[in-house]
Design a binder for this molecule. Structure first.
Ligand SMILES: NC(=O)c1ccc[n+]([C@@H]2O[C@H](COP(=O)([O-])OP(=O)(O)OC[C@H]3O[C@@H](n4cnc5c(N)ncnc54)[C@H](OP(=O)(O)O)[C@@H]3O)[C@@H](O)[C@H]2O)c1
Length: 261
C-alpha cells in the first residue's frame, strides 16, 4: 500500500462493516484510530488487528461532550490523520414521512450534526501536502436512499441527502488543500443486524433464510446483497491513490440496484 504510515480514523469501527474495514486496512499496513461507544469491543478489535500503531478512543456521536473530548484526545495524542471513514449512526426505519419536531431534532442531532462535529475535529488533525503527493481522503458511508426514495426509510431519505450536500460542499471547500471527500452509498449489506432482519422476515412467512434472501435480491442486477468485506475493499480504494483525482462523488455500492444514471 504505502511507503509511509498513513493513519486512518474509522468510526463505527466495531460494527459489522467497520470491523471488516478495520481488518482490511490494518492488513494493508494502515495504523488506525478506532472509534465507537463500547470500550470493551474497541479493545478486543484493537488486539485482533494485525500491524502496529492502532489506538482506540471511546466516542458517542450523539453526545456533544463525548465529541469534544474525542477531538481533544486526537490533539493531545498529536495524531495526524491521512484518512477518515465516517459512519454516521443509522436513522431508524420508518414509514412516517412527517415525524414530529422533537423526533426530527433528535435525528438531525444524532445522524448529522454530531457526526459532522466529529468530522470537523478529524479534519483539524489533517495535514496533507498535495504538492508532494500526500493527499488526505474522507470516505463517508451512506446508503442508497441518498440517490432515490426508499419506502421504509422516510427519514433516511432526508438525512442521507443532507450528507450528500455536505460532502459535495466540503469537496469544493477542501479540494485545494488536498483533502478529498467522497461518499460510498451502500445497498443492503450482510452485517449481523441485517442478516437478523432477513431471518425475522423469513420466519414471519415460514420460509428459510436462503429463500428469503433470494426473494429480496431478485431485483438486484448482481443478484446478491453486499458483504462487509466487499465494502472494505471499496473503502480502501477510496483511501488510496485510486482516488487521487476523484472528489465530491457519491458512489453506489449496491449490486447495480440504483437505476438512475
Ligand atoms: N448494513 C447495511 O445494510 C447498511 C446499508 C446502508 C448503510 N449502512 C451504513 O453503514 C454503516 C455501518 O453499518 P453496520 O451494518 O456495520 O452497522 P452496525 O453493525 O450496527 O455497526 C454500527 C457501528 O456504529 C457504532 N455506533 C452506533 N451508534 C454510535 C454512536 N452514537 N456513536 C458512535 N458510534 C456509534 C457501533 O458501535 P457502538 O454501539 O459500540 O457505539 C458500531 O461500531 C452505518 O453508517 C449504516 O448507516 C449499512
Amino acid at each position: 500500500m504505502v511507503g509511509e504510515a498513513r493513519m486512518v480514523l474509522v468510526t463505527g469501527a466495531t460494527g459489522g462493516i467497520g470491523t471488516a474495514v478495520c481488518h482490511q486496512l490494518a492488513g494493508s499496513g494502515y495504523p488506525l484510530v478506532l472509534a465507537a461507544r463500547n470500550e470493551a469491543k474497541l479493545k478486543t478489535l484493537s488486539d485482533e488487528l494485525t500491524g502496529d500503531g492502532h489506538v482506540w478512543l471511546q466516542l458517542d456521536m450523539t453526545n456533544d461532550q463525548s465529541i469534544r473530548q474525542f477531538g481533544e484526545e486526537l490533539a493531545a495524542r498529536r495524531i495526524t490523520l491521512d484518512g477518515v471513514v465516517l459512519m454516521p449512526p443509522q436513522a431508524h426505519s420508518t414509514n412516517d414521512p412527517m415525524p414530529g419536531a422533537d423526533a426530527w431534532r433528535a435525528l438531525f442531532q444524532n445522524c448529522f450534526i454530531g457526526p459532522l462535529e466529529v468530522l470537523k475535529a478529524a479534519i483539524d488533525r489533517m495535514n496533507p501536502d498535495p504538492v508532494n503527493g500526500r493527499r488526505a481522503k474522507i470516505v463517508i458511508i451512506s446508503g442508497i436512499s441518498s440517490a432515490q426514495v426508499l419506502g421504509r426509510y422516510a427519514t433516511s431519505n432526508v438525512l442521507r441527502c443532507a450528507w450528500i450536500g455536505e460532502a459535495k460542499t466540503l469537496a469544493f471547500a477542501l479540494g485545494a488543500r488536498g483533502i478529498h471527500v467522497n461518499t460510498l452509498s451502500l445497498g443492503g449489506t450482510l452485517s449481523p443486524w441485517y442478516r437478523e432482519g432477513i431471518e425475522k422476515r423469513a420466519d414471519a412467512v415460514g420460509i428459510t433464510f436462503e429463500q428469503r434472501l433470494a426473494e429480496e435480491t431478485a431485483n438486484i442486477p448482481l443478484g446478491k446483497y453486499g458483504e462487509p468485506a466487499e465494502v472494505a475493499v471499496a473503502v480502501e480504494g477510496l483511501l488510496s491513490r485510486f482516488s487521487d483525482h476523484m472528489t465530491g462523488l457519491n458512489i453506489m455500492h449496491d449490486g447495480g440496484f440504483t437505476r438512475s444514471y
